[in-house]
Ligand binder design. Sequence first.
Ligand code: ATP
Ligand code: MG
Length: 606
Amino acid sequence: MRYSRFFGRTTMTVPHDADSVNARLLTQGGFVDKMAAGIYNYLPMGKRVLDKIIQIIREEMNAVDGQEISMPALHPIELWQQTGRDKTADAILYRTKGAGGKDFVFAPSHEEAVTPLAKKYIQSYKDLPLSAYQFQTKFRNEPRAKSGVLRGREFGMKDMYSFHVSDEDLDQYYERVKQAYLNVYERCGVKAYVVEASGGIFSDKISHEFSVVTPAGEDTILVCKKCNIAQNIEIAEGKIHNPHDPEEKELKMVEVKMERGPSIDENAKAHKIEPSKILKSVVYKLQNGGLLGVCIRGDLQVNEHKLSKFLGQEVHPASKEDLEAIGLVPGFISPVGLPKVKGGLKHAAEVYDTHEKGVKEVHRSKESLHFIADNSIKTVKNFVTGANKKNMDLINVNLGTDFTIDDFADLVSIKAGFACSKCGSKLEETKAIEAGNIFKLGTKYSEAFDVNFTDEKGQRKLAIMGCYGIGTTRLVGTIVEASNDEKGIIWPKSVAPFQVHLIALGAEKDPEVKKSAEDIYEVLNHACVEVLYDDRDESAGKKFNDADLIGIPLRIVVSSRTLKEKNVEWKLRTEAEGKLVKYEMAPKEIIEWVYGDCDCGDDDCK
Ligand code: ATP
Ligand code: MG
């Protein structure tokens, strides 16, 4: 392709509304053009990258027996009413009225299309498993379209849906797709971690996200570089080290007067101890208005997401007024010597649901505040804690001797610097982009659309479903965020818009330069090498800057200077310096470089 004829040029002007590296470089490089917030045109340069990504995904989905289909983007509202998502997804739905006043939605996802479609073809267990995917434009009224093509209102997605006879069959398939996803990211030149996602509070839904580490990411993950695993910070687990001797002799509990501020730091300073020697008590308000105390080691924080999950309900920290209403003294609360509340405790932990115990409702004493605890308090001896009276503390407080706890759980917020629960190495906190998401849907949608099959025994059963999404346009932006420098984009070879950027310098003055460059261009085209040929009458500086901005992996320069010694200049975008290659040998070497690592299996390719 001759750059002089190319639709979509580079610009050195930084777009005024570019809020991210990908928005700036993709726009300046002539890959995309923003029509409105979260709505982009893809110019030929951008379309080429997108198509390459799509082709990689297509190959990997075909390899796990996915069959490509294409479903409509415009859905009758009735389908969405059938799953209730007309209401639950209302905030992001674009709606429109058709002829005769019929209501439609622009699909943000395709469970409502694929499930009734599959129902028509699934009758018996012999029709399963079935896996179908498509590349589709999705519409989501995102409250804030941002970060260039990373969060659009109209965007590209590959979505695949699978149907199975059993959970076990889904489990096996799910693992195959997980690996196929990792293959996709690797082939696209980015490193993705599989991260267990935190489903909603009430959902035990299993899902995994694929996170690509870059500062532009919206998600925060904790990475163990040694184990090569990452965790969502909301639900991360880690090894909690006890800095004290767990075999320490238990001493007798004593009440002491201590004038101090309410914080853990002030407490530790006043008693001249480490914060980890303090038994911290945090009080939360339950949905029914009741209160619940949570004990944790003083140097650790309660993770409210884990707590909510454990309790099966959303909880919030209790206010000062809530605490004082039942006679608690903020800063001096502990499970030892709690005040009894006259006439019973109105604000008590009356009911909570411990998933781990499988108990739906646990009724508690209404006499005083009820406590649960994080596992971290089990191994520390001789704690210091409040005495439930102003400026009075207890020292040498021991679990089992001075107070008891019925329910323990992992309730700690894990942060950077904590130890990996597998290998003990330090966890690192980093920002990441969610580049894909896979879910075990179970029977949620097959139930809504009554997708039944007859099993081997002749019984009717609901099909078990999985769904698997990759944002194709988001992946374009993700690659740019992960692979760039101050001059521009650095495309991995597999998804680069062109493989070779051929530059002729001074061709308008030197016919030999023109002829030599044209000859190379022709030979490469003949060999099906994708070449962007900068044949414009522009300065060397402009052409080099454009090449760096666009980011094609191999740059070949033909000029009077290089031809003097019968050479061309060869420079990889990933390297600072170029080298000289004999003009005669250049086409052959370029072709070898382009196809050298091709694994298509076609002998003619090499
Ligand atoms: P997010 O958590 O980022 O909002 P999601 O969990 O709602 O995304 P899914 O419905 O699972 O996303 O969609 C599958 C994939 O589609 C995501 O992993 C992401 O790569 C991509 N995607 C989702 N929303 C957008 C968007 N607004 N713009 C571009 N890509 C998106
Ligand atoms: Mg998500």
